[in-house]
Every structure is written in structure tokens, then in C-alpha cells.
Design a protein around this ligand. Structure first.
Ligand code: BDP
Length: 708
């Protein structure tokens, strides 16, 4: 059918109010971090003029049929109105004809789930945002505001943008009681207790933030899931969130507890004795559950499942495989959604190197998973450490869609108080050549990326201002894994704090090196998992006596009087053998390899000569010291930038940096004291002795540390 289009003037805010779309919250406390990167801080007068403000905002609409603007289009228009007015300061943007530059939204199809690709072009002075779905226009609107906010000349706009991967999901490890596992930003943002009746404005602001960086789904509950979140009362609550987020293109997903059929009633079927995925009654139970969810939430994204991992139930409890379990759920969901099955598995009974276990369990199942199953793989084979080589499963399962899971919340990188910008770490993985026909980014392109969220009830959402950058970076990289870390850092800084080059030139480099700094003072040269037990706050490389061997830092560093490191070559666990031979080769020789992974793959004597010519012990101490010195520099750099940042946020960042400075010294001193107790070596010339003895560091205990 031919469609006739016509430009109509459009009163965005009025329509928005009429259909209950929330316009962005304006911050009464504007500079407390709540507005994230969506501040749209006023441009200077010259830029406002260049932008042609006051602008007119017009949109296209279909005139055939009962066409009223979709909720998504209403949001796009409201965001532009709000954002442009904010950028233009006192020059109000108008909604109709008249003088000034026009900004047009040209997205004819009213589909919120359609093609997200958009274009932005300036033609004859007018700015046109185009795409094939309303969602494309929404993404385009946010992109335009971002560009203008960065100071881009509007006359040069010529953007073609499309997401590199279909699923760009936040995984919330939020429990229904409000506690967030590995959360360092307060309580959960989800007010399950008052839902569905009460919807917090934060839920709209959350959707805005996500949509502005292209995130299109949220798994709202912890992977260590409670079965009752599948009960009708929770489905009702979830439906309210789904309704609120739909205009923003955010689909809801649930973590599903595999044993749910034995723990909660499933409608007419009731509760079962088994959760065996091949049992017809179990299959019927999940089918009924899926139907019930889809009746309430037609665009429900699907289930995320942590099975047979760290004590969670799963198909192996019944002698079945991961594929049996995943496929059973996939059948229940059908083509309505996706089953995301986590590959984060390891067992206390299995003596195999923990780094090898997921590959061994999953790779033989390649090709056995249903089409609507995605296997979600952490960036590295152990567990979100400050540095890990990419997971060997990437590239090794060509018949299976694999999704990359990264951790935005900084469980192992100093919680919320340490400044560590994670884009460089994620890029390291995305860029890694699997040696099996593509980079990790290429392997995951048909599936997507998941990020374990760092959101919480803190006013600034993420526990610290700089941690917002990691939420931002996650979305931007999932949309476009080719974006450089520098681009992302500058974009975020300019929108969040200040767009002046003098500010960006100092802060962007500080962000870019920050993750490496953390890796240096915590786990240099490829060491891993040396954090304290349970909460993972602070160093505890001396812990060797926990029941499960692979929960002990000693398991990972294998240090003794002779040397340190985990031999994962053919003479050791041969985890190296799980990589493509060309890649394994690059890590097999300590004399030539990238030393960032040195002790991950090799056990070496303390007097081994590293590539710098120094003995390993000296090299290690030097790296700790470098990490500590770099934090000192960060402290001073930031102190000098007070002219560019509002006092409240400047002080908050400065105070966090001082915590980081103290804790970096703690990591260095405690680690060195412990290694010295094993190797008996004197400190390298000029190195400062730890400020306390080992017993002091060992005696420290933090039962109240957050996030456990
Ligand atoms: C570990 C966390 C634990 C998570 C687990 C997972 O310490 O809280 O449940 O990852 O990813 O790093 O399932």
C-alpha cells in the first residue's frame, strides 16, 4: 500500500503528557550526578547561533489510517525539545513553523522493535534524522544531542549509524529484597515492593540513559535467581516496567532459576517433583510459564540462566547437558524471545584448571543448541579480573551464537571508589584475534554484549561519578565496537563534566590509563584473583585454606620460595592448548610474549630475567610502584581541575581518588610483604619497605564490605 506522508507540526510536550510519556526529569539538584551524561549543558552564544537556535521542531507523520505519533516518537520529540532548550540556554526552541533551523524526524514506520539504524544529515540548513523505525529516530535524536553537546558544527552533520550487534543488554544482579550482589552504589533501583502500582521516575530516567547509548534490554534480576520472580505477582510488576520502557526500545528479561518447577506453582500444573528438562511435565510447566509471561508482556526478551554453576541448579542435576536444559526453555519461548545460557561454569569436584572447564563443557556441544539460544561467555576464562586473556570459547563454537559478558560493576577493580575506565579493557577483548576466523567482536556480532550493571539507588546511580563512564562505555561499545576508548572517554567527559579542550586534554589520558594502573597495583604481570575472600575487597594473596581449591588466591598465583605463576603451557594445565595454535604460540614463550599475561600462562623463578632485563622479583615490585605512582598523579591532575567542574562533583571525585591512593598503597605493601615472606628476597634497590608487617595486613577483616 502506498503511503502518503506529510509534514505536520507537532506539539511534543502536549502529546507526551496526553499519553503519559514522561518528559525528562529536570534536576533540582542538577550537579549531583543524577543527570549522568544527559545534562546538555548550555552552549556558548556563538555555538547557539551556529546551531541556528531557536530551532523549529517538526516531524513526519503518516496521514493514512489512524496515525497518531507513537510513544517512541513522542519520546524522541520530547527529548529533542528538552535537550535543545537546555543546550540553547535561554533561547526557547519552538515546535512549529517560523524562523530558525528546522530539525526533522523522518522515520515513517511506527515500529519500536524495527531496524535501529539511523542517519543524521544537514540539508539546506535543516537537520534531518532518518531511519526505518521510530526507534531509529529516537536513537538519532540522542545522537544529535550528543553531537551538539560535544560542540560539533551542525552544518557538517553526516552520520550513518547502525548497531553492530542485536542484543545490548544490562544484566542486573539485583535481588528482589533490594540488595545488589556486587553492587557498590546503594540499593537496587528496582522498587519491586511497590510495583506495579508505583512506578518510580527513576525507571524512566534509567530507560532514557540506556536508550541514549543504545542499550536495548535489561535482565532485571540476579543470575543467582529466586524462583518466585516467575510467579504471577512478579510478572505483573515486570509488565509495568516493560510498559514504561517499551517507548525507549528496552525489552525486559528475567533470570530464571532452573529448578523453579519444583519450587513454585505453575498455574494449573502446580509444583513438580523434578526439573528434569526431558520430563514432559517439566516441559509443559515451562511452556505454560512462558505463555503466561508473553500474555502479560508480548515483547518479553527471554530468560537468562546460570545453571550448574556455583551451586545453582541445572540440567546436570538430572544427568542432562547444558544443551538439553537450554533447548527445553528455548522451545517454551519459541520465536518470541531468546534463551541466554551462561557459560560461567566450574566445579569443585573437577580438578581440571578452572580456566579450562567452561571450554571443556561447552565446546563439545557446539551445534547442539536451538536457534533461539545464545551462550553468554565472560570476557576471560576465570572471572572478571583486572586483566585476563580473552576466553578461549570465542571462535571455538562456530555453530553457536556466543554473546560477550563483561562486568561494569567493579567487583575486582576496587569497587566504586577506584577510578578505572573499562573501555580499554573491553576493547582488548573485542579486538582480540581468536585465530579462528575473526576477532571476538566479529564472533559476538550475531548475538551481542551483556554488561553486569553498576546501577544503584545512590543519587549518582553508579556509586561514583567516574563509574558512570563505564555504563556509558558499555552501551557505546555494544553499539559500535570499533569506537576508540579515547573517543568514548572524551564524549563522556564533555557531556558529563565540561567540553573545554583544556579539561579534556588532561582527563581523557587519565581515564585511558586508569585500568592499567589498577592492574599494576593489584595484579601485575598477569597475576589474578588475589582479592580477599567473599567480598573481594582488598588483597589477600595468602589465603590458601578454603574448602574449594579454586577459591584460594594460592591456587592462582602458585608462589613459593622458588617462583610464581600458573603454568598453563603443555608442561602444566595446557589451558594454552584451548586457543588456536597461532594465538597459543604468541603466549607460549615468556621471552617474547606480551608480558601482561606472563604469570597467567607461566610459572617462573623469582630470578627469571624479564624482557626489561630485570629479575622477575624486581620487575614485579617496579610494577606495583608504578601503579601507586600513577594514582598519585591522578590525584594531582584532578586537584588542578577544580576550575572546570562544579564543586560538589569535584570534591566527590577528589575524595574517591584519595581512597584509591590509600588502597593502592595497601595493595602494593600487602602483596610485597607476602611475596617476601615466601621468597625471602631483599627489596630491589631503592624500593620502599611495606609500611606495616605482613601480620598486620593478614589481620585486616571487613565483614561489612558491600556487595556480598
Ligand atoms: C562472580 C561473583 C558472583 C557471581 C558470579 C557469576 O563473585 O557474585 O554470582 O561471578 O557471574 O564473579 O555468576
Amino acid at each position: 500500500m502506498m503511503r502518503v506522508r506529510k509534514l505536520v507540526n507537532f506539539v511534543a510536550a502536549a502529546c507526551a503528557l496526553a499519553i503519559g510519556i514522561a518528559v525528562p526529569a529536570t534536576g533540582a539538584q542538577a550537579e549531583d550526578g543524577y543527570d549522568l551524561w544527559l545534562r546538555n549543558a548550555p552552549l556558548d552564544a556563538e555555538q547557539v547561533e551556529r546551531l541556528g537556535l531557536p530551532a523549529r521542531l517538526v516531524r513526519t507523520a503518516l496521514v493514512e489510517g489512524a496515525q497518531s505519533p507513537s510513544p517512541t516518537m513522542n519520546v524522541a520529540t520530547a527529548e529533542l525539545m528538552h535537550g535543545l532548550n537546555s543546550l540553547a540556554a535561554a533561547h526557547p526552541v519552538e515546535r512549529g513553523s517560523g524562523p530558525g533551523r528546522a530539525i526533522r524526524l523522518d522515520c515513517p514506520e511506527s515500529r519500536a522493535d524495527g531496524d535501529a539504524a539511523f542517519t543524521i544529515r544537514t540539508v539546506d540548513g535543516d537537520i534531518r534524522i532518518g531511519g526505518n523505525s521510530d526507534l531509529a529516530c529516537l536513537y538519532g535524536a540522542y545522537a544529535l544531542l550528543r553531537e551538539l553537546s560535544l560542540g560539533t558544527d551542525p552544518d557538517t552533520l553526516d552520520i550513518d549509524s547502525a548497531p553492530a550487534m542485536p542484543l545490548r543488554l544490562l544484566n542486573h544482579w539485583d535481588n528482589p529484597d533490594g540488595h545488589v550482589e556486587r553492587g557498590y552504589a546503594g540499593r537496587s533501583i528496582f522498587d519491586w515492593w511497590h510495583l506495579p502500582e508505583r512506578l518510580d521516575q527513576r525507571m524512566i530516567d534509567y530507560a532514557r540513559a540506556n536508550a541514549s547509548v543504545g542499550i536495548n534490554g535489561a535482565v532485571v534480576n540476579n543470575v543467582n535467581a529466586r524462583a518466585f520472580m516467575l510467579e504471577p505477582r512478579y510478572i505483573e510488576k515486570l509488565a509495568r516496567l516493560a510498559d514504561a520502557w517499551r517507548p525507549y526500545g528496552i525489552r525486559v528479561y528475567l533470570s530464571a532459576r532452573f529448578s523453579a518447577p519444583t519450587e513454585i506453582d505453575g498455574g494449573d500444573i502446580g509444583r513438580l517433583e523434578t526439573a528434569d528438562p526431558l520430563d514432559p511435565q517439566v516441559r509443559a510447566w515451562w511452556q505454560a510459564k512462558a505463555d503466561e509471561i508473553y500474555a502479560a508482556i508480548p515483547d518479553f526478551g527471554g530468560f537468562l540462566v546460570k545453571a550448574n554453576s556455583e551451586g545453582q541448579p541445572g540440567p546436570q542435576d538430572y544427568g542432562r547437558t547444558h544443551a538439553d536444559g537450554a533447548n527445553m526453555l528455548a522451545q517454551a519461548i519459541g520465536d518470541r524471545g531468546t534463551v541466554i545460557w551462561r557459560a560461567f561454569v566450574y566445579s569443585a569436584q573437577d580438578e581440571t584448571d578452572r580456566a579450562k572447564q567452561a571450554y571443556e563443557e561447552f565446546v563439545p556441544l557446539d551445534g547442539a543448541f536451538a536457534d533461539n539460544v545464545i551462550v553468554q561467555v565472560k570476557n576471560g576464562a576465570i572471572d572478571f579480573q583486572p586483566r585476563e586473556p580473552f576466553h578461549p570459547m570465542f571462535g571455538a563454537m562456530p555453530q553457536t551464537r556466543l554473546m560477550l559478558e563483561v562486568q561494569i560493576t567493579k567487583e575486582y577493580l576496587g569497587f566504586a571508589s577506584h577510578l578505572a575506565f573499562l573501555a580499554p579493557m573491553w576493547r582488548e577483548v573485542l579486538d582480540a584475534d581468536t585465530g579462528r576466523g575473526g576477532s571476538v567482536a566479529e564472533v559476538v556480532a550475531p548475538a551481542g554484549m551483556a554488561g553486569v550493571a553498576n546501577t544503584g539507588s545512590d543519587r549518582n546511580w553508579s556509586g561514583s561519578d567516574f563509574d558512570q563512564a563505564n555504563w556509558y562505555a558499555f552501551g557505546r561499545l555494544a553499539w559500535d565496537p570499533a569506537l576508540s576508548s579515547d573517543t568514548i572517554a572524551r564524549e563522556w567527559l564533555a557531556q558529563t563534566f565540561n567540553r573545554e579542550e583544556a579539561f579534556l586534554a588532561q582527563t581523557a589520558p587519565m581515564m585511558l590509563s586508569s585500568r592499567e594502573t589498577v592492574a599494576r597495583y593489584m595484579t601485575p604481570l598477569g597475576l589474578a584473583h588475589l582479592m580477599a575472600t567473599g567480598h573481594h575487597y582488598g588483597p589477600a594473596p595468602w589465603v590458601c585454606d578454603l574448602d574449594r581449591p579454586e577459591w584460594n588466591p594460592c591456587y592462582y598465583h602458585r608462589a613459593d620460595s622458588d617462583g610464581i605463576g600458573f603454568d598453563r603451557t603443555a608442561t602444566g594445565s595446557n589451558a594454552l592448548g584451548q586457543y588456536a595454535p597461532a594465538i597459543a604460540d604468541t603466549w607460549s614463550d615468556p621471552a617474547t610474549m606480551d608480558e601482561h599475561y606472563l604469570l597467567w600462562f607461566h610459572h617462573l623463578d623469582w630470578d627469571y630475567r624479564t624482557q626489561s632485563g630485570l629479575p622477575l622479583w624486581d620487575e614485579l615490585v617496579q610494577r606495583y610502584d608504578q601503579g601507586v605512582t600513577e594514582v598519585d598523579t591522578m590525584v594531582h591532575t584532578w586537584d588542578d581541575l577544580s576550575a572546570y567542574v562544579d564543586p560538589e562533583r569535584h570534591r566527590a571525585v577528589a575524595e574517591n581518588l584519595r581512597i584509591q591512593q590509600r588502597e593502592a598503597n595497601w595493595w602494593r605493601d600487602a602483596s610485597i610483604a607476602y611475596w617476601q615472606s615466601l621468597n625471602g628476597l631483599p627489596l630491589p634497590q631503592g624500593a620502599r619497605a611495606p609500611s606495616r608487617d605482613l601480620e598486620h595486613y593478614r589481620s585486616l577483616s571487613f565483614p561489612e564490605a558491600p556487595g556480598q
